[in-house]
Design a protein around this ligand. Sequence first.
Ligand code: GDP
Length: 728
Amino acid sequence: MSDVAAINAALNSPNRQFSLERTRNIGIAAHIDAGKTTTTERILFYTGLIHKIGDVDDGNTVTDWMEQEKERGITITSAAVTCFWTQKKDEGIFKSREGLAHRVNIIDTPGHVDFTAEVERSMRVLDGAVAVFCGVAGVQPQSETVWRQATKYKVPRIAFVNKMDRTGANFKNALDDMRKKLGAYAFPIYLPIGAEDRLAGLIDLVNQKALYWGEGDVTNEGLKYEVRDLVGPQIEEAQEALQELIDAVSNKDDSIAELVLEEKPITAPVLKAAIRRLTCKIELIPVLCGSAFKKKGVQCLIDAVIDYLPSPIDIPAAQGLAPDSLEKVEVPPDDNAKFCSLAFKLWTDAYAGKLVFFRVYSGQLKKGDTIYNPRTRKRERVSRLMVIQGSERKDVDSVYSGDIAALVGLRNIITGDTLCNEDYEITLEPPTFPEPVISMAIEPKTKADQEKMSIGLQRLAEEDPTFKVFTNEETGQLIIAGMGELHLEIIRDRLKREFSVEADAGAPQIAYRETITSAAEGEGKWIRQSGGRGQYGHACIEIEPNEKGKGVEVLNEIVGGAIPREFIGAVEGGIREAIKSGVYAGYQVIDVKVKMVDGSFHEVDSNELAFRMAGIFAMKDAFSKAGPILLEPVMKVEATTPDEYQGDILGDINRRRGIIQGVDAKNGQTILSAMVPLAEMFGYATAIRSLSKGRASYSMEPNNFEQVPNSVLAGILDVAKKKGAARS
Ligand code: GDP
């Protein structure tokens, strides 16, 4: 039986073939263009999954299976791919497991920040990550974002400094960058031999050996590396770096510190085991290097994934909330425990239909079993289970704790749902997602497509929690909102491809937010007396700023029946309606605490509608007295330019209300970082190109919301007034 056949047999076996210790769930995270796709591709090649190396530039890589991704060359959705790796004798640290394959699930995390939701959701289900950096550019802003997310979700990491073959590549600079910008306790475990077009191989510090790759055509043979003794200056360089590594480890690990104190030898397996302990605790970042493109260093990277990144049992058990007490409970990675898993990704597959990617935290699941969704309180039967190996889909009979797989054909599940055993109703904490910063009106090219479009957009919103769709109450227009222009462009693209609806979109609009700066009281009355039965609603409220990020809270503090209980819901409904469509300039209200405190009613004339209107008016009244302000999304921008254009680009950023945060020189280029309001960034791609004759580049990502300055506010309120949305 071939390796692949054996593995397939194993996958279909009723008993788990890959023990938990031999399972790795990893993500490969990077700034766009750092080489994440190429690295993933090479890993899949070496692990025997694909037999022809696909280069990103040809647009045929395994993970980039979405059509648009092929065209754009960026990985948008996180595909979970399963592969297998057997360490060579004497190379792994798990002597007992030599010759046994490890199963590695790679969850592809996108590098483009327009897709932060994808990164967030995949981080939640990873046990470890490989952070890929570009050997020329070092730490770029999106790598910083992804790093922060990995820290937030406590994901242990190893770093791979890629593109060491490129002109300008500098391993030491990239390492310094990691320490400086990310504050990482990062130490090399490999050093490059040569760099740029003279990159010949790597020095393995732990084993004090030199590894050389041939120039390597695409055959297996050409990709093998040769292990040689260190020679000449390599010897001293490698010893110094090893000493630095041992010192770094002994600072944090008592057993190594003891050996150092007693001046006892530290063998390779002992050192490796210590590096593993520290990496799993996120106290150390082992750093590797190489060139994914030139196929140098990839095997070392996969070995390091096995050696240093945790298996599901090397990290603290996932935590969930018990249904009634809401107390934290552990979900142990144990096949014999009750089933508990997290749905982290919805995907409509052209062949298999609707797939729900899920990570099993505890227990096991077999075809034919029933799963329970605590959010919907619904049970569903599992008719088909699938594991994805690149573009191939393999049906499996069962999945075990620590596995990542896909459920086929289940409805009513959204990203972040817990799927569990009915008598073990635990809710795992779903990932958190950032708020949309941009919106646009959308309408189908042909009126007949209206319904099809709504269904399509709803479906896409279920898949992607940072994508929102809603109707503008005043204009009746359908509005889509997301994390950036590219994000919404791709949504329209998918609408066309997957739902056959062509849509026109309006100009992108900034998703401003409204909030208040002080407390105030407000009163709303809706009293009509016209012939027969009249209308009577009257509500008094108090509002105050709520803690940042806390959203809107509406509390009922009405005593003594000033408003009868049956109408309180209507008052709250009115308040919430005003909040949703904005009070000041027609934008959503955030971070406000509202208390319903008083009111009055009429025995005959009071009804729901009248109290709803009273709620709306009370909110408008209070809000306008509470120092309302408008907030705008601010982007973190990094521009890289040859020195001669620095002045022009700085001037331009200033004109865009930007605040410069830093100007750094690197490899003959200037790197400018700045905070710039998103409203000023439309058309920036063209602007920076013409300012620099096409030689400067930039990237940006949402950073925070800030108050819109008065000089700009008037213009926005004017536009809002014309649209009839402003109410102040
Ligand atoms: P991603 O956006 O992080 O997925 O990056 P890709 O893997 O798509 O790579 C971006 C570009 O860099 C492509 O043109 C790759 O061929 C190229 N690239 C990736 N890795 C290397 C490398 O190790 N060396 C060189 N010279 N180019 C690379």
